[in-house]
Design a protein around this ligand. Structure first.
Ligand SMILES: Cc1cc2nc3c(=O)[nH]c(=O)nc-3n(C[C@H](O)[C@H](O)[C@H](O)COP(=O)(O)OP(=O)(O)OC[C@H]3O[C@@H](n4cnc5c(N)ncnc54)[C@H](O)[C@@H]3O)c2cc1C
Length: 492
């Protein structure tokens, strides 16, 4: 094996970008190659779509985001931007079913196909996990330090999006309706990844903000190659010896090699690539977990909050939201998290009352990979087995009570307006390549993100997250990526 690169990373989303940056910052001489299958989606590689000025995508982003439902974004994006199908020249986010997979039990699940992954599309909510959501087997001081680093890489900001007289009355009303025994976990601003501006939209963090030199080619030791789809990792059972990728333009196979490989190709395609490569630990694709999404909108009753509709602020052009709020989970007593997005929609001043409640981690919820059937890229076809347990259903009912209490503190909300979204719709899938403290068949990687039994194969992304989250998954996955990058750097 010729060690052409010190590190090859598969996937240019937030997690691949964090590992590239952290390894580069610690070992600037290391030669790093990031391979990305998808094309560039805007004029500036890796920038968030909200940053694009003169682009239809921006208007589309704003319109779709105003609905404040990620599933609508995916469906809307697919119809408005790409028509109703996927092909290798497409860019955007597509339902996994578009690739021929059987996701009937997980229909909301989607895949990104563009430079920067979902990190150029995301809403950028970056709440942090709490209590049981934090992997208990990791040293707490290390976790806390890595969380701080991840927050700074994602530029997590806690504060107003625009000056807004509704904010304090909303805080007071919901703090009374959904109280927290811990002042640190009181209803307040949603932590958002990005930088606020007065005259333009909140600048959401995209992967190019994490590792600029990866996307603008200003650092020769950190390269991005796009249009290459990794189909196989060659290995001898203990070391990855080569990375085989298809050049999507010519159809030719390209073989690359590196002393270390990190796969950050999302929670669905990371285990798929391992399976296709004959790396099949018992826990691969097993214990797929996702919080249940309970959605709804309530029209804000201005008079009840001591205001009038004339007080509704106008956000800068291109910014879909007036306010973004967080009802944090408080552990076992209330393992549910609210993401409440204030906006004007359909001519009404509404608060999205979306809640995520944790679901049980169960081996029955898993991805099955086919040895016979393939997707359009020649990769193993995936079938997802996913259902809610009795406990999950009880938790969903309890969370609806929380949602109802919060919504009725702001306006009038009936049970009919509360909707449990299709499984997969949160786009926060975890557990498919879980981290664990020992090789006991329930995890795929060790606490360094290294695949059990392999010396030089590392994984990162939401799939590595071993716990049942209430919060949006990206910051938690990013925290583990900081840890994994440190472990990789230690081998350089
Ligand atoms: C509309 C929307 C809103 C969202 N809002 C939030 C939010 O508010 N908060 C939150 O926490 N999360 C949110 N998310 C989810 C968040 O974007 C993801 O958690 C995050 O992007 C995951 O990062 P990643 O790097 O692991 O994977 P991705 O961003 O999915 O990137 C993976 C990359 O790998 C590439 N790839 C895959 N397979 C291969 C291969 N074989 N060869 C080469 N390249 C490959 C893909 O093309 C992709 O670019 C949202 C997502 C969307 C779409």
């Amino acid at each position: 094996m010729t060690d052409d690169y010190d590190l090859i990373i598969v996937g240019s989303g937030p997690n691949g970008s964090i590992v590239a940056r952290e390894v580069h910052e610690s070992s600037p001489e290391a030669r790093i190659l990031v391979i990305e299958a998808g094309p560039q989606i805007t004029g500036v590689a890796g920038e968030h779509l909200v940053e694009v000025d003169e682009n239809a995508m921006n208007a589309s982003y704003e319109d779709l985001m105003r609905r404040a439902r990620q599933i609508e974004y995916v469906k809307g994006a697919m119809v408005e931007i790409e028509g109703d199908g996927w092909n290798p020249e497409s860019t955007g986010v597509f339902p996994a079913a578009f690739f021929g997979h059987d996701f009937a039990q997980f229909p909301g699940a989607s895949l990104s196909w563009n430079i920067g992954g979902m990190g150029v599309h995301w809403t950028a909510a970056t709440p942090w996990p709490y209590a049981e959501e934090i992997p208990g087997f990791l040293p707490r001081a290390e976790w806390d330090a890595d969380l701080e680093t991840a927050r700074s890489l994602l530029r997590t900001y806690v504060g107003p999006l625009v000056e807004n007289p509704f904010t304090e009355p909303i805080f007071a009303a919901i703090r009374a309706a959904v109280p927290s025994p811990d002042p640190e976990r009181e209803f307040g601003y949603m932590p958002m990844a990005g930088i606020p501006h007065v005259d333009r939209p909140f600048a959401r963090t995209g992967p190019r903000d994490i590792a600029p030199y990866l996307f603008d080619a200003s650092e020769p030791n950190v390269q991005l190659r796009t249009g290459l789809f990794v189909t196989r990792l060659e290995h001898d059972g203990a070391r990855v010896t080569g990375v085989v990728a298809r050049d999507l333009a010519s159809g030719a196979d390209v073989r690359l090699s590196a002393a270390r490989v990190l796969v950050a190709a999302d929670a669905l395609r990371t285990p798929q690539l391992l399976w296709a490569s004959g790396i099949r630990p018992e826990a691969l694709g097993v214990r797929l977990n996702e919080h249940a999404s309970i959605d709804g909108d309530v029209v804000i009753d201005a008079a009840r909050l001591g205001l009038t509709d004339a007080d509704i602020p106008t956000p800068p052009a291109g910014e879909p939201f007036i306010g973004s709020y967080w009802s944090p989970s408080i552990g076992a007593e209330r393992p549910a998290h609210g993401q409440l997005m204030e906006r004007e929609f359909d001519g009404k001043h509404v608060l999205g009352v979306g809640w995520y409640c944790a679901t049980e981690i169960r081996p029955e919820n898993r991805i099955e990979f086919s040895d016979e059937l393939t997707d359009p890229l020649g990769m193993p076809r995936m079938t997802v087995h996913f259902s809610y347990s009795e406990n999950d259903l009880a938790e969903i009912r309890r969370t609806k009570d929380v949602q109802r209490a919060a919504a009725n503190a702001i306006g009038t909300f009936s049970d009919a307006e509360s909707e449990v979204l299709p499984a997969g719709a949160s786009l926060h899938y975890t557990g498919t390549v879980r981290m664990g403290p020992e090789d006991d068949g329930t995890s795929v990687v060790d606490t360094d993100g290294r695949v059990w039994g392999f010396e030089n194969l590392f994984l990162a992304g939401n799939g590595v997250v071993p716990t049942a989250l209430t919060c949006n998954a990206t910051l938690t996955g990013a925290t583990l990526s900081v840890r994994i990058a440190r472990a990789i750097s230690a081998t350089l």
